[in-house]
Each structure stands twice: as C-alpha cells, then as structure tokens.
Design a protein around this ligand. Structure first.
Ligand SMILES: *Cc1c(COP(=O)(O)O)cnc(C)c1O
Length: 430
C-alpha cells in the first residue's frame, strides 16, 4: 500500500503537533504503524491522501451512524453556514434539537448542549456533586468518560491502549474522590455503595462498555445499580456518548428499560460536528446556572452549524425501521464473522450488541476489564495491519468498538468478511 503522502504529512505533523495527532487514539503506535491522513470520506468509505480507499468500521469513533457526508446532513450545514457560524446568543435550532432529543431519550426532561462528550460527563459529575452536596464519584474499571481529571482513573480507550493507569497532572486530591470498581460485579457494587463511610455523589457508567472493547452488562448488574442508587440517594449517570442514538433511538436506557437520573450524550448527537449534551430530570437539571448555583458555560455551546447537523441526523434515525434495519444487518455480519473465526481456528470472542462489536483475540468470555486484558494485542496488531493493507479500516486498538453504519451494504460487508477470512488464515499459520 502506497503511503508516501501520509508519511510526509505525519513527519511534518510530528514537528508541530504532539505525536502528530490531535487525539492519542489516532496514533497507530500499539498496532505498529503510522497513521494515515484522510482526504475525504463518503458513505462507509474513507479515502486517504495517497488515494487508497477503505471500508470504514471506525465511523469517526462512533458519530457516523449514517455513514460519512450524508446528503441531508451536508445540506443542513450548507444551509446554516451563510446565516452565521456562531452568535453567542440563543437561536431557534437549539430549541428544536433540544425538543427532539428530550422526545427521543426516555429519561430526559431537560438537556444542556456542550461541545464534546468530555464536557458532558465533567458537567454531569459537577451537577451530581452540587445537587447531593457529596464528593465521591464511583466509576467502573475500563470505562472511559472523556479526559476530565476525575475520570482518568483506570480509564478505558486510549488510556488502556497506551498502558497508563492514570495520568500525571491529575492531582492526588482529585483522584482520591474517584473510586473505580469492576464492571458487571454486583457484590462489589453493593458493598461499595452501602459503605457508610463513603460520601458518594454519583455513579457513572457506560451502560454498554465500548471503551475496553464492547462489553455488554448483565441486566441484573444494571438493575442492581438502579435499585441501589435510588435507595441511597446517589445520582445515577449513564454515559451514553457511544450508546445514545446507537443501540436504539433512546440509547441503552430504552433498550434495557432502565432509566438513569442523568444522561451524557456526544458523538452521534452532532451528526459529525462537535456536540455533547447532558440532561435528565428537571428537579436535578434546575440546579444548573442560571436557574441554580452549579456553574457550567460554553462560548460555542449550541453552535448553529452543529445544531443543524444534529437535527438532520436525528430526523433520519427517527424514521420508522431505522434501528431494525441496522440491527438485522449487524447481526448478519456478526454471525458470519464468528463463523469465519471458527473456521480459521483463531481463538476469538465476539461481543456484539446492535451495531457495535469487538472481536477479542482471546478464548475466555470478556465481561470486564480484567478479562478484556487477556486479549492478545500482538495478534490484534497483526490483524489490523493485514486488514488496513487490504482496504478495511479498523480501530488501531484491540480495546475499541467496530461500528456498522446505515451506509454499509451487503457488498461492503461481504468484502470485509473475505478480507477477515484471509487475515485470520495468515494469523493461524503464523
Ligand atoms: C468518546 C467518549 C467520551 C468523550 O467524548 P469526547 O467527545 O471525545 O470528549 C465520553 N464517554 C464515552 C463513553 C465515550 O465513548
């Protein structure tokens, strides 16, 4: 595969951007190659600056549920742009999107827009602390909630990939207010939440983990989490930055029928533009400034281009049958993927729910961070390199999700299966 232009850009980028990338997950260090620079993307295809084309399963790490450059989304942006790109004052599009988001996500009565998932989770935790007057945040090992100080404790995504437990620069005084416990473990959950010495403000959870690879919770775990937090007056925050508008229109909370107190959204909600949001019950949301004392603000929040893109995206996913079709297609693909792995006799565990999945190179079920860590990352790296050189773009880490979008058709998926088959064959022979 020719990559002269990408290599040249990367060399220049490394001079002026740390690691040559604006988010560490984009560096391909853990899979032993350099990043490709993208020229354009359309549907489920990405074209790099050297003219190579790839079937994309990263989807910009989640947002691209419609595929890239969906005509309605592009038209909405082009329509909004000449009217102004930022006002610093309320605009009608914000109200329209807020109404649609509250109508789509079961537990939302009010929602505040921000510009990233990180801002959404950071603000939700502050609100939970302000509302309860307590300090401790409980999270789960391997879950990623953006890069705010409170959450960089046993975090997932790029933090696992780079093999760092926390982060220098996060003071101990902040870390001591965060407790990280194992995912899917009801006993430890109950013991922790009932510990009277702890002053727990909130529990934040990915209702399906996507940042240690896809790990689906046991329903009993989520239900216990809801029951205990209700009983003990602890705010339950679902971080649905990946799962929101992904697993169902109303996200994981709709799919599982379990409603949190606060929900964080990001990724899909902006149709590919920078948008995040947090929302929930009125009684809690009314504590945010200017209605209440908990301060949170944003110069570009509710940006008109971002709202227009989000609205166009939401209008499409709200159409009847959208999620059924995505589900059916993802199931078709995953079933065949598992069969390919079995035939090649490469030990793998395929975790899937809806259109998000991870194929772990391991023999034992992956139910939490510890079992995810048993995956053979060298094998994944080999697989990644073989796939990219045959035209399939996967995340450059074992501990991430692959996403199927509305733009993948059976032909794309069949091609990807063929490529996977030959890659697995090479792996089993090596
Ligand atoms: C991506 C992600 C975030 C952070 O969102 P950014 O927009 O990257 O700041 C938070 N939570 C989850 C579950 C995520 O997957």
């Amino acid at each position: 595969m020719k990559m002269d232009k990408s290599s040249a850009y990367f060399e220049k980028a490394c001079q002026v951007i740390p690691g040559g990338v604006n988010s560490p997950v984009r560096a391909c260090k853990s899979v032993g190659c350099d990043p490709l620079f993208v020229a354009s993307a359309k549907g489920c295809m990405v074209t790099d600056v050297d003219g190579n084309e790839f079937i994309d399963f990263v989807g910009s790490w989640g947002p691209m549920i419609l595929g890239h450059s969906h005509p309605d989304v592009i038209a909405a942006i082009c329509d909004a742009a000449p009217k102004g790109t930022s006002f610093g004052a309320p605009c009608p599009l914000e109200v329209e999107l807020a109404e649609l988001v509250c109508d789509s996500v079961p537990s939302l009565e009010k929602v505040r827009f921000v510009s990233s998932g990180t801002e959404a989770t950071m603000s939700a935790a502050r609100l939970a602390r302000g509302y309860t007057g307590r300090n401790i945040v409980v999270k789960f090992d391997g879950c990623y909630h953006g890069h705010a100080d409170s959450f960089l404790v046993k975090a997932g995504s790029g933090v696992i990939t780079l093999g760092i437990p926390g982060s220098p620069g996060v003071p101990d005084d902040i870390v001591k207010n965060t407790l990280s416990i194992p995912y899917n473990n009801v006993e430890i959950l109950e013991a922790t939440l009932r510990d009277a010495k702890l002053d727990i403000a909130c529990v934040i959870v990915e209702p399906v983990a996507g940042n240690m690879g896809v790990v689906v919770p046991e329903l009993a775990f989520l239900q216990k989490l809801r029951d205990l937090t209700s009983e003990l007056g602890i705010v339950l925050i679902f971080d649905e930055v990946i799962t929101g508008f992904r697993l169902a229109l109303g996200g994981a909370q709709e799919r599982f029928g379990i409603l949190p107190d606060l929900t964080c959204l990001g990724k899909i909600i902006g149709g590919g533009l920078p948008v995040g949001a947090y929302g929930g019950r009125k009684e809690i949301m009314d504590n945010i400034a200017p209605d209440g004392p908990v301060y949170q603000a944003g110069t570009l929040s509710g940006n008109p281009l971002a709202m227009a893109a989000g609205l166009a995206m939401l209008k499409i996913v709200r159409q009847a049958g959208f999620y059924d079709e995505l589900e059916e297609k993802s199931d078709w693909f995953a079933t065949r993927l598992a069969a390919v792995a079995a035939t090649a006799q490469v030990p793998t565990v395929l975790n899937r729910i809806g259109s998000m999945m991870t194929c772990f190179f391991t023999e034992t079920p992956v139910t939490d961070f510890e079992s995810a860590m048993k995956a053979d990352t060298e094998r994944y790296a080999q697989h990644f390199r073989q796939m990219i050189s045959s035209g399939v773009w996967l995340a450059p880490s074992q501990f991430e999700a692959a996403f199927v979008s509305a733009a993948h058709d059976r032909n794309h998926l069949k091609k990807a299966l063929d490529m996977t088959e030959s890659s697995f064959k090479k792996i089993s022979e090596s």
